[in-house]
Design a protein around this ligand. Structure first.
Ligand code: NAP
Length: 286
């Protein structure tokens, strides 16, 4: 079989950003509202600092206002909670993003649950997670939404497809599986207790891997003609590598995402989309 088509996440993400820019303009024309996103960073984690900066730059490029709040690493949880409540009440703030991870003394789940569901642009609030499980419109987490966008961009038939998701985190695996069910795929979720990962992966027409284990999935675990989406981003001595062994998997897949340049660029693009959606719905996640 010929080598797989490489799915260009940068190009797909650029298309999404253009679409969002158009939506921002349309919203301003129709309602006079400019979407506003508040970013909250607690502590000094260098990677988080870079992510937040990129998110704010991306907002500026498409015309979304951003309001940045930085709190010291030892900020008491009550203080963070008070800030989130103020942002919930602020009419200029349509979306709130609490950059994770937060320092250990802060309960990330409790803080996420404090954010108004309609402003929860990360889609991690239990109300949004529940709407997703019910197959109802809510705010969908950014990376999983990006995975589905990439599958569509690669022309993957999802209806009736055998889909396998490796990973069951709240952030990626579970929401990806729920979205694939809503796309009418037949979905299997794998995790660290899965008995024979290779055997299950080999059934997949669509294989999404989000395990955080460098090159966990080799070419021998990929079905001929499958579409493979590699969410993994692992820093190793060889640089940034995915959860899929790209070289061997490319020899069997029909289409595959690279790392970097696959799922990564989609996350921020989908966040921008969520911010505009939140501004359009103003307060109601549905
Ligand atoms: P996570 O919370 O650590 O979850 C990993 C999942 O993989 C768990 O469900 C775990 O199973 C499963 N797993 C681990 N080892 C396994 C194995 N050997 N076989 C089968 N399943 C295994 O990680 P995450 O937040 O979902 O992130 C996953 C990866 O995606 C990471 O590399 C992360 O950096 C990357 N990521 C990338 C983006 C992006 O924008 N590109 C965004 C988010 C995450 P158990 O539940 O049984 O422990």
């Amino acid at each position: 079989m010929a080598r797989a088509e490489v799915i260009d996440g940068k190009a797909v993400a650029a298309g999404v950003r253009e679409r969002v820019r158009g939506e921002v303009e349309a919203l301003a024309k129709e309602t006079g509202v400019q979407p506003g996103l508040a970013t909250v960073l607690v502590g000094n984690d260098p990677a988080s600092r870079i992510y937040v900066r990129r998110k704010r730059e991306a907002c500026a490029e498409v015309g979304i206002a951003s309001f940045h709040h930085e709190l010291a690493a030892d900020t008491p949880q009550d203080e963070l909670a008070a800030l989130l409540r103020r942002l919930n009440a602020d009419p200029e703030v349509h979306g709130i993003l609490l950059q994770l991870p937060v320092p250990d003394h802060i309960d990330a789940d409790a803080m996420t649950a404090l954010i108004e569901p309609g402003k929860d642009v990360d889609g991690l609030h239990p109300v949004n997670a529940g709407l997703l499980m019910k197959g109802q419109p809510g705010i969908v987490p950014c990376t999983p939404a990006g995975v589905i966008e990439l599958l569509h961009a690669a022309g993957t038939e999802l209806s009736g497809a055998e889909a396998v998701v490796v990973g069951r985190s709240d952030l990626v695996g579970r929401p990806v599986a729920a979205l694939l069910v809503s796309e009418n795929a037949t979905v299997t979720t794998c995790h660290s207790r899965t008995r024979d990962l290779g055997e299950v992966c080999r059934r997949a027409d669509v294989l999404v891997v989000a395990a955080g284990r460098p090159r966990l999935v080799g070419g021998d675990m990929v079905r001929e003609g499958a579409t493979v989406i590699d969410v993994g981003t692992n820093r190793t001595d060889d640089g940034l590598v995915g959860d899929v062994d790209f070289e061997s998997a490319s020899e069997r897949a029909r289409a595959i995402t690279p790392v970097p340049g696959g799922v990564g660029p989609m996350t921020i693009a989908m966040l921008l989309g969520n911010a505009v959606l939140a501004a359009r719905r103003r307060g109601d996640p549905r």
